[in-house]
Design a protein around this ligand. Structure first.
Ligand code: ATP
Ligand code: MG
Length: 454
């Protein structure tokens, strides 16, 4: 599979997973919200029925007639109710008076049963075809002519029957209401959810695609860098290997009568071999630095000693190159926490560059000082300098400003990449300021651990 295809495929899979997970989460939360809305509406409605029924119950009970012949008395105390078997006129009823201001007057209906469950009286707005006998369940939901009703039944005691141990119940009060407004509300919520879900899902799909693209970006970038790095490494290895093979072929062709040529060639071969081994070691070192994340094995390192050792080491090279190598080290000892050999390598790579890229009679200054909580090592030269546009790239692996001008130095372009990797590994940094033909200034900053005045 091609790389671009692979990345598109991975992005698509990521987006599908995002969508699935988000879709499930959103559906579940939508369902939860829907259920809680319906339940709270239902509870509120039941509370309302209960409180109206309670009020009616309390006002009716003291006036209830003896159970022997209740209908005539009922007619007297509740003239607005219709009595079973008698003509019914629709007047504003007791139930309607009690429900005024709470809800729609026609929403509620009232029915009274005797203690045997026989219907005695009912409000005129009760639904048609309701059963004449009582179902004593406190809460019931019934469907009548396609309309749902919810009703609540409560026992009534008359003041006379309270003392009678035989049958203390006078009858039952049943209060019901239509569920039409409730069902309409539930339907409205369902429509909102059903219309909203595809909209939300579309935005989830779009944002998933966008987010997966964002997530893939660093991976893609890192992949491209790795690819570039492998290509560069292969390229860098190919030239020394080709010249190595060419030298070996030449050696094989040397007649045994010319041993002096053989020695010269073998020296070339050794140089090329070393260069190759150097390159491979550098690459391995860079890779191992990437893998190390912790500061395990770090110890206190004295930068004064480190810099003066390096100055001593490079003095011979500087003398040969006819360059003044000048050091500026303070009396106080500056300590940082780190890997000493890595820090040596970091500073030596930069000093080596300073000497390499400074023409004869030039100068390279190495100074050490502290600023706030940072130790600063400055390496300044009066060399050929680095063009502005190249300054951003010199820390890249294998980058050389101009291969032609560096040919005689035989560098691989890994020196500064290694220096930067070491500085970052020590929570430090390396920066450059340079002007072509004037010189360069490299500043290495490392977290400062303290100092001892000598
Ligand atoms: P290596 O150090 O691996 O042997 P190199 O010196 O070419 O090879 P780097 O040290 O990474 O590689 O430097 C990258 C490039 O930056 C160099 O090729 C050089 O062109 C430029 N450069 C680095 N230091 C200086 C400097 N002090 N003055 C001018 N140019 C520099
Ligand atoms: Mg270098």
């Amino acid at each position: 599979m091609k790389t671009s295809q692979l990345f598109r495929h991975s992005r698509l899979r990521l987006a599908v997973w995002y969508t699935l997970v988000m879709g499930v989460i959103l559906s579940l939360s939508g369902l939860g919200i829907y259920r809680s809305l319906v339940q709270s509406n239902w509870k509120a409605m039941e509370r309302e029925i209960e409180s109206i029924a309670g009020t009616l119950h309390d006002s009716l009970e003291p006036m209830l007639p003896p159970s022997e012949n209740p209908t005539t008395v009922l007619k007297r105390i509740l003239p607005e109710l219709c009595l079973v078997g008698q003509p019914c006129h629709s007047n504003p009823s007791l139930i309607e008076r009690h429900t005024t201001g709470i809800s729609d007057r026609n929403t509620y209906y009232l029915r009274l049963f005797n203690h045997q469950g026989k219907l005695l009286a009912f409000s005129p707005n009760q639904p048609d075809n309701l059963s004449q006998t009582l179902n004593p369940e406190p809460w019931q939901t019934i469907t009548n002519n396609g309309i749902r009703y919810h009703q609540f039944t409560i026992i009534l005691h008359s003041s006379d029957t309270h003392d009678l141990a035989v049958n203390s119940s006078w009858g039952y009060l049943q209060l019901g209401r239509t569920l039409q407004p409730f069902d309409a509300e539930v339907q409205r919520i369902q429509i909102i959810l059903m219309l909203g879900f595809p909209l939300v899902l579309t935005s989830v799909i779009l944002s998933s695609w966008f987010l997966s693209g964002l997530a893939m970006q660093p991976i893609y970038k890192s992949y491209q860098q790795q690819k570039q790095f492998t290509a560069n490494a292969a390229h860098e290895l190919r030239s020394p290997l080709a010249s190595l093979l060419a030298t070996i072929e030449a050696i094989l062709r040397i007649p045994p009568s010319q041993p002096q040529d053989l020695t010269k060639m073998l020296h070339t071969l050794e140089r090329q071999g070393r260069r190759l081994s150097h390159l491979v070691t550098d690459l391995l070192f860079l890779t191992s630095l990437e893998g190390q994340s912790s500061s395990k094995g770090f110890q206190s390192c004295c930068l004064n000693d480190l810099v003066s050792d390096l100055i001593e080491e490079f003095s011979e090279l500087a003398t040969v190159a006819k360059i003044d190598l000048i050091e500026q080290i303070p009396d106080e000892e500056i300590y940082v926490l780190g890997d000493e050999s890595q820090l040596y390598r970091l500073v030596s790579n930069v000093i080596a560059n300073g000497i390499q890229y400074t023409p004869k009679k030039g100068q390279v200054f190495v100074s050490l000082k502290t600023k706030e909580d940072t130790a600063l090592i400055k390496i300044k030269d009066t060399g050929i300098g680095i063009p502005q546009e190249a300054q951003k790239r010199i820390f890249e692996r294998f980058y050389r400003v101009d291969s032609d001008r560096n040919r005689k130095t035989g560098g691989t372009g890994l020196g500064l990449a290694i220096a930067q990797a070491i500085a970052h590994h020590h929570q430090g940094d390396i920066t450059v300021k340079s002007q072509v033909e004037k010189g360069s200034l490299f500043i290495i900053s490392l977290p400062y651990r303290g100092s001892i005045i000598t």
